[in-house]
Design a protein around this ligand. Structure first.
Ligand code: DC
Length: 221
């Protein structure tokens, strides 16, 4: 059993950037569970699976094989033998991943993979239900959040820097919608674990958050 650090929080709170940096500093493996849901969502979109039809979703889940590999320390998601890292960050995939992640057949499929990765190595795993459900005995649990406006501003900056045309209002609306869905679903909803440390990053920059969490983790492990 490796050492396990769980980072949960809403969309755009900076979980993946921060978890990746911490993993590098602490020599842990970073596991991005959102990317696994995104790969499953990509499959549903590409195969035009009707995600309101449980039989169709169950059939699709049986046909999906998700594998995780690392290239120069960066997680690669392999969907049925194909590296899909470059295709899972679109808004369409974001919304679809949030929709299908409410379904138990989808969550059950990924739970085993997530736990086996945490068993095998020291991991920093980020997602929505890591501290509450996937790794309830994690050594350190962090709940990372920021106001929806600040999260939207960060995402807007990131997208416009890449040349994507979008508006701040639509991004904030999408973030609010996704949070509501992720927090209100009946199975493994996004919520702060009782023993998680709450970190609101609204008024902190990335370096401040990373240095604070690095210290917190070193003190706790
Ligand atoms: O972290 P992310 O934005 O890449 O996650 C995409 C979606 O996947 C998110 O809206 C909800 C779902 N998800 C989840 O339900 N549980 C996780 N542990 C990680 C992600």
């Amino acid at each position: 059993m490796g050492k396990n650090i769980a980072i949960d929080g809403p969309a755009g709170a900076g979980k993946s950037t921060i978890a990746r940096m911490l993993a590098g500093q602490l020599n842990y493996i970073y596991v991005d569970t959102g990317a696994m849901y995104r790969a499953m969502a990509l499959y549903m979109i590409e195969q035009k699976v009707d995600v309101t039809d449980m039989q169709a979703v169950t059939g699709a889940c049986e046909d999906i094989v998700i594998d995780i590999q690392y290239r120069n320390g960066a997680q690669q998601v392999i969907l049925n033998g194909r590296n899909v890292n470059d295709y899972i960050r679109t808004e369409e995939v974001s919304q679809m991943s949030s929709r299908i992640s409410a379904l138990s057949v989808v969550r059950d499929k990924l739970l085993h993979l997530q736990r086996s990765l945490a068993d095998a190595s020291d991991v920093i795993m980020d997602g929505r239900d890591i501290g509450t459900h996937v790794l309830p005995n994690a050594d350190v649990k962090i709940y990372l959040t920021a106001s929806s406006h600040v999260r939207a501003l960060r995402r807007y900056k990131e997208l416009t820097e890449k040349g994507t045309v979008c508006t701040l209002e639509s991004i904030e609306q999408e973030i609010i919608e996704r949070d509501q869905r992720d927090m209100s679903r009946s199975i493994a909803p996004l919520k702060q674990a009782e023993d998680a440390v709450l970190v609101d990053t609204s008024d902190m920059n990335i370096d401040e958050v990373v240095s604070y969490l690095n210290q917190l983790i070193r003190q706790s492990i």
